[in-house]
Design a protein around this ligand. Structure first.
Ligand SMILES: [Zn+2]
Length: 280
């Protein structure tokens, strides 16, 4: 599999000199299997640049959305393939707690957006049920799911293809005040021996307990989980928009020092491209 990060910031896009290293767009990750099948993970503003690249081919588009917070759907109205005649776009949305599971589409209605989703010329199929299942197939990928511990709910996904496993877990609070919808042991089983874990980590230990209940983990909690699950590489996304690039570089360097020789850790940069080495 190949992975490209198109958006890594959390909560809201940012711009300016303090976001030039990691980029300013919100969540969007593109995963491609060796046979060319691909899946878009989330539809934050990072999807806009990806959409421009996808205009030149006519492949079916498959999208998994974790949940409906703005930073995971806000790029969709500007994803240009939705304006292509008869372009097939399949969207599976995370299992959120509200009845507005189709919010990625209905944000294009009323006075929010000049083009209404009902008028789009592409062929969009939205599925609000699949993410409730433990596992399903999408193109040549096998997908497994786990409920996120996050306000308003949502779904984490593992993508299995080419004898490899990529876990996409954002946004998720590993140690909430109330009992989590997914326990630590369940997370360990879910991400067990993943080639890559992509997880949010907006917070540091010193941000707690103030940010407890906000639906995100601390970087150290995620590293501990990844180590116990024997994950091979860990990529952090959904960076706190208030943190400057210089802050992220400092946190990343301290984690690499602290966990040296234990785990490959990286704060994902917009545009980062990874090719997973084929398993024997
Ligand atoms: Zn969220």
């Amino acid at each position: 599999m190949k992975i490209t990060f198109y958006g890594v910031r959390g909560s809201t896009p940012v711009s300016g000199v303090d976001s030039l290293i990691f980029g300013g767009h919100t969540s969007c990750v593109y995963v491609t299997a060796n046979n060319g099948d691909s899946i878009i993970l989330d539809s934050g503003t990072g999807i806009i640049a990806l959409g421009n690249e996808l205009l030149s081919n006519c492949h079916d588009i498959n999208m998994l959305v974790t949940h409906n917070h703005w930073d995971h759907i806000q790029g969709f109205p500007f994803f240009r393939p939705i304006y292509q005649d008869n372009r097939n776009i399949s969207i599976i949305v995370g299992n959120v707690d509200y009845n507005d599971k189709d919010a990625i589409l209905t944000q294009m209605s009323g006075s929010n957006h000049p083009v209404k989703y009902q008028d789009l010329p592409s062929i969009i199929q939205l599925d609000t049920e699949l993410a409730k299942q433990d596992a399903f197939s999408l193109a040549s990928f096998e997908i497994t799911t786990q409920p996120l511990s996050h306000p308003d709910g949502g779904t984490a996904y593992c993508l299995h293809a080419d004898n490899q496993k990529v876990a996409y877990v954002t946004d998720n609070e590993l140690s909430p005040v109330n009992p989590p919808v997914t326990s630590w042991q369940e997370w360990l089983a879910f991400i067990d021996q993943a080639d890559v874990l992509i997880h949010d980590a907006q917070y540091l230990a010193e941000d707690m307990p103030l940010k407890q209940g906000w639906g995100h983990s601390t970087v150290d909690q995620v590293v501990e989980l990844a180590l116990q699950a024997k994950v091979k590489r860990l990529y952090f996304i959904s960076h706190d928009p208030a943190r400057k690039d210089s802050d992220l570089l400092t946190i990343e360097a301290s984690l690499r020092t602290k966990y040296q020789h234990q785990l490959a850790i990286e704060f994902a940069r917009e545009g980062t491209h990874i090719e997973l080495i084929a398993s024997l």
